[in-house]
Design a protein around this ligand. Structure first.
Ligand SMILES: Nc1ncnc2c1ncn2[C@@H]1O[C@H](COP(=O)(O)OP(=O)(O)OP(=O)(O)O)[C@@H](O)[C@H]1O
Ligand SMILES: [Mg+2]
Length: 291
């Protein structure tokens, strides 16, 4: 147990060096996922570091990051592999005059040389272990999810013309979701679950200090407190860590060392992207100014 504590601290420090701060529960999920060889399913609102965590992980372990960006309508050809039709055609034309039978030509054009591996196949055939990021899985349909399931449980892919391709190394897999729809129980069962939420003020202060060169620690702390009260409002779009960092950049550019209501009012449009949200935020800043 004490060894694990050391490992966790080491992991947290290593990730921090790459620019990502994670609390101990988060580091524990990463640690266990790697130890158990299971994917991590990362859920949470927009802009809280779901994508960034896999990038930091890959950088820390110096592993290639292979990313599958999901979108509505993505299919096997874009995710797994497709045949290079143009090259196959050219080859068929080139050998047309020669004494080859159909079976021989077929055998030639359905070989490795004519295969275009897409991210999932790339990840399992990678000669060195990689980090596979399957980003925004909630955008795909159930059918595609089933395909992933097979890959993630067997770590192998069957290509009808070639046979079964087994993984050369098991990748560390991150699957992210904005929870725009429920994922299947079968997928959840295979993963360790990590819910990333808006950070507490202490964690956010550290993130701001890490991400914004030259920011005063007092300003970072005050920003984190202000962000917490903004997030308690009923908003269309709650400001995330991404917007918090932009806000800190803006305030530092303005030469601020502590948070002043005036500066907050002029920079609210960095944090809020809807008119109604802007109005609500402006109101609470003005109210606080009165007291
Ligand atoms: N814990 C953290 N430590 C350092 N930086 C962080 C942390 N969390 C988020 N960030 C920063 O916040 C920004 C947004 O993160 P990211 O793009 O990973 O969010 P996301 O959850 O994937 O959002 P979306 O759902 O919109 O894709 C990035 O610049 C990232 O570096
Ligand atoms: Mg993302």
């Amino acid at each position: 147990m004490s060894n694990m504590k050391n490992d966790l601290r080491e992991l947290q420090q290593g990730l921090e060096k790459t620019g990502y701060i994670c609390d101990t529960p988060t580091a524990t999920v990463l640690y266990l996922a790697a130890a158990l060889g299971k994917p991590v399913l990362v859920e949470g609102p927009a802009g809280v570091g779901k994508t960034a965590i896999s990038q930091a992980y890959a950088e820390y372990y110096n592993r290639p990051l292979i990313r599958l960006q999901c979108y509505e309508g993505i299919d096997e050809a874009k995710a797994l592999y497709e045949w290079n039709y143009k090259k196959q055609l050219l080859h068929i034309q080139a050998v047309a005059g020669h004494e080859l039978n159909v079976a021989e030509v077929e055998h030639e054009v359905f070989s490795d040389e004519f295969l275009l591996p897409r991210p999932l196949l790339q990840a399992i055939t990678s000669p060195e272990p990689c980090v596979l990021l399957i980003d925004e899985i909630d955008k795909v349909d159930m059918e595609f999810e089933a395909l992933l399931l097979e890959l993630l449980s067997e770590y192998q892919v069957t290509i009808p013309e070639l046979g079964t391709v087994c993984a050369r190394s098991i990748p560390m897999v991150f699957i992210t979701s904005n929870a725009s729809r429920e994922l299947s129980e079968a997928l959840k069962r295979r993963c360790l679950y990590l819910f990333l939420d808006f950070p507490d003020p202490e964690l956010e202060t550290r993130i701001l200090q890490l991400k914004i060169p030259g920011i005063q620690s007092e300003l970072a702390g005050q920003m984190a407190a202000a962000l917490r009260s903004f997030r308690e409002l009923d908003l269309k779009k709650t400001p995330s860590i991404a917007e918090a960092i932009d806000w800190g950049m803006a305030l530092t550019l303005m030469g601020l060392e502590t948070l002043e209501a005036e500066a907050v009012l002029t920079t609210l449009n960095v944090l809020f992207k809807y008119r109604e949200d802007l109005d609500k935020a402006r109101n609470i800043v003005l109210k606080e100014q009165e007291v």
